[in-house]
Design a protein around this ligand. Structure first.
Ligand code: MLT
Ligand code: MN
Length: 307
């Protein structure tokens, strides 16, 4: 199976248009690579590709990835489908880039499909060409295009603690431990092989036993690396919300990803969906050294993984 990180950044990317964080400054100065917003591409055969999330930077990500370029006819794309892990802007806005008459399938939970189908701007996706397919956590599916051959991939979603997308939040209390299908992780494997699987979890509010069980035994875990610490945005004076309130567990701390996932059986562990405030983006930071010492890789745009 081929795995390509299209965008390792969280919402806003690096540099984010209105952020002057250290990582953004360095990216503008050409001292570190830029990060586009969150998404992967996976393929069983290197010919048919499935997107895991569709970020607002999708056009640029496709342009930067030769495997995703058209190769047949005048109108063609190797992208057969898009599987969504939640309804956040950084995961769905790229669907609007895919409005040029290409036939593909969208797979998402009922709750996320309802959001898309209830929003008139996504009506731009021609329903006679674009399939909207509900997925059930725990029920494996082949993320094929509406009319073509199987993709050769097998995907199973699992619910993780999360919250509704920012634009759906009502005034008042917001639970970041919602399990009503608003946030899922994905386990992806190549259908015909015993080669193994990846788990992709770009948003996760807390690592409970259900999450631990769901990600155990994968060859590569690509996990929510939004923040280093829960009060990071507040301390950097760029926001008022904690990571937990935003639906993201931090890397550090006793309940953080590094500690909670330390003992799990996974071949490689890679952080993705990394926010521009996160000090692991600075190669000379102690936080970067700590994450790497704990066995984590820091994802980057264009990172290729073979499983
Ligand atoms: C998130 O990951 O929390 C969201 O992408 C935030 C947003 O919608 O900007
Ligand atoms: Mn996000």
């Amino acid at each position: 199976m081929h795995v390509l990180i299209l965008g390792a950044g969280a919402g806003g990317g690096v540099p984010q248009w209105n952020s002057n964080s250290e990582a953004c400054r360095r990216a503008r100065a050409g001292e570190r690579a830029q990060l586009t917003q969150s998404g992967l591409a996976v393929s069983a055969d290197g010919r048919q590709w499935v997107l895991l999330n569709a970020s607002p930077d999708l056009r640029q990500q496709i342009a930067a990835s030769p495997a995703l370029h058209p190769v047949q006819h005048r109108r063609h794309s190797p992208i057969v489908s898009v599987v969504l892990t939640n309804g956040d802007v950084d995961h769905v806005a790229g669907l609007l880039t895919m409005r040029e008459g290409h036939s593909f399938s969208i797979y998402a939970t009922e709750a996320i499909l309802e959001t898309l189908q209830g929003d008139r701007i996504f009506g731009v996706l021609d329903r006679s060409r674009v399939g909207f397919n509900p997925i059930e956590p725990g029920v494996a599916f082949d993320p094929a295009a509406p009319t073509s051959a199987p993709s050769g991939l097998r995907i199973e979603a699992f619910e993780v603690p999360g919250k509704v997308a920012l634009y759906l939040e009502e005034a008042g209390a917001v639970s970041a431990s919602d399990r009503a299908g608003v946030t899922v992780g994905l386990r992806v494997s190549s259908a015909g092989e015993e080669a193994g699987s990846i788990c992709y979890v770009p948003g996760c509010a807390a690592i409970d036993d259900h999450v631990l069980r769901a990600v155990t035994g994968c060859q590569v875990l690509l996990f929510d690396g939004t923040l280093w610490r829960d009060d990071e945005m507040i301390r950097q004076d760029v926001g008022t919300k904690s990571g937990r309130r935003m639906g993201h567990v931090s890397m550090s701390g006793p309940d953080g990803a590094i500690a909670r996932l330390a003992g799990i059986d996974a071949g490689r562990k890679v952080f993705v969906h990394i926010n521009n405030t996160n000090p692991v983006l600075l190669p000379d930071s102690p936080e970067r050294a700590e994450a790497e010492k704990a066995g984590w890789e820091i994802g980057y745009d264009g990172m290729e993984i073979r499983v």
